[in-house]
Design a binder for this molecule. Structure first.
Ligand code: EPZ
Length: 421
């Protein structure tokens, strides 16, 4: 197993490019299964979750080819097995995203029911209720979701809670339904919009993406499409925080600044000077200690839960006290105990963490528990005195492409080592 070793204390300085968005590429890859022809997806990040998704689609009979630039061709014409087994679903919950496309295009699906995960219980009841509303027969048998339908029928669906992959699953299913579907209280995340754009490029008729109401006029069939995935706003935000926490100067390029309004606003509150261009963001702390910022996570356009751990890390060494409120997942403070090992002063009460900024952190061996928590730990390691060893970095590899190279390019003393455990 691999670990990441960081020797803290370097003010980061330089430029870093941003990869395609993990949470857009996963639904886009599986959406290609809705077509009658091959699709070509570019700006695909080299991530473990992408590999898992490709394995999943390959096992079902889709043919996949990847070129040197990580452009993926998916040909769904050989699809013959409509199952997402437990061995893949347990490593990647996003496997649930095949449910909608399989039922809509092939009339049946068996998807292992994802269990709980490190950040919360994460039920998928809204996905199942949405599919039922579209006319699918859905049951859970021996730990598997079994769903079938001759042809789905358009329906009005109101989600009780805003759900990102739930919206994506039902939107994909509705593209091939007979008649029109309306999804209310839909997720407005940029990744949902990117998926809708890809589906429309395949011949779907979706309007309202980016608002809380989606209207999907069902079509009989869809063709293939070429599509370039949007840049990863969470990776972008993570490198900006890396600049802020080290009091450095970081420019992120090949990104889409408009997706980061709430993050940029919070970074400005820390005292960062931020300039924004068409596809870049420049953050300069001018060597100053960041000021604490309060954070409350919320669905987009609110502050992303996927940036909470990174801002918790930033607040550990900031001037003042911050209140961090996590409203999306009930257990997303697993990084707190690890940050405490570095000397952070954090108290958690329910869904709130009170972070009193300390003047310094000290390196220690720590353990990653989930993807964004591990990003927070790496960020803390960048400022901790001495050496921090972040173990279980497979969590990071699920969502950050070549993180040690990208941070190394900014001047960080960071390397991948084999885990001592
Ligand atoms: C997506 O997860 C992302 N994953 C997560 O990214 C992200 O943290 C999350 O959205 C919130 O922004 C992908 O896009 C692949 P939800 P998702 O359904 O769709 C409750 C990362 O690190 N809920 O929007 O699974 C749920 O428990 C990750 O990249 C139900 O109650 O999240 C949560 O409280 C991890 N029933 C809330 O809704 C349901 O059927 C929002 O979750 C579905 C969700």
């Amino acid at each position: 197993m691999a670990a990441i070793e960081i020797t803290g204390g370097v003010q980061l300085d330089g430029e870093v490019w941003i990869s395609g968005a993990k949470n857009a590429v996963l639904p886009i890859l599986v959406a290609s299964l809705l077509g009658d022809e091959p699709s070509f997806i570019s700006n695909v990040p080299h991530l473990q979750d992408v590999t898992t998704t490709m394995e999943l689609m390959g096992r079902m009979g889709a043919s996949l080819a990847v070129d040197d630039h990580m452009r993926i061709e998916i040909d769904p014409r050989g699809m013959h097995q409509f199952e997402a087994p437990y061995d893949l679903v347990k490593t990647m919950r996003a496997s649930i995203l095949v449910l909608g496309p399989l039922v809509a295009r092939y009339g049946r699906a068996v998807v292992s029911l994802p269990g709980g995960c490190a950040i919360g219980s994460r039920p998928v009841d809204l996905h199942l209720r949405g599919l039922q509303a579209l006319g699918a027969e859905v049951s859970v048998v021996n730990g598997n979701i079994e769903a079938s339908a001759k042809r789905l029928k358009g329906a009005n669906i109101i989600f009780d809670t805003v759900t990102v992959t739930g919206t994506e699953n039902i939107m994909m299913a509705a593209t091939l339904a007979e008649g029109t579907s309306v999804i209310e209280n839909a997720a407005q995340e940029p990744e949902v919009v990117d998926l809708a754009n890809f589906l429309n490029a395949m011949g779907a008729k979706i309007s309202g993406a980016g608002t809380n109401t989606l209207v999907i006029e069902g079509v009989k069939s869809m063709h293939g499409a070429e599509y370039s995935v949007l840049p990863d706003r969470i990776e972008t935000g993570t490198y900006l925080v890396a600049g802020a926490i080290t009091r450095g100067h970081v420019r992120v390029t090949r990104t889409r600044p408009r997706d980061l309004d709430s993050v940029i606003e919070k970074l400005r509150e820390t005292g960062a000077e931020i300039e924004v261009g068409d596809d870049w963001i420049d953050l300069n702390m001018h060597g100053r200690r960041p000021k604490s910022v309060d954070i409350t996570t919320a669905p987009y356009p609110g502050f992303a839960t996927d940036m909470q751990a990174q801002f918790t890390a930033l607040n550990t060494i900031a001037e003042g006290t911050a209140i961090i409120t996590e409203t999306i997942f009930e257990n997303r403070f697993m990084h707190v105990q690890e940050l405490q090992r570095l000397g952070a002063n954090i108290t958690v009460k329910g869904n709130t963490a009170i972070v009193k900024g300390v003047s310094e952190l000290n390196g220690a061996p720590i353990m990653a528990t989930d993807l964004r928590a591990s990003a927070g730990l790496v960020l803390a390691g960048l400022v901790a005195n001495g050496t921090t060893l972040v173990d279980r970095v497979y969590h990071i590899d699920r969502g950050y492409e070549i993180i040690e190279e990208k941070l190394g390019q900014l001047g960080a003393r960071i390397r991948r080592v084999s885990s001592p455990n």
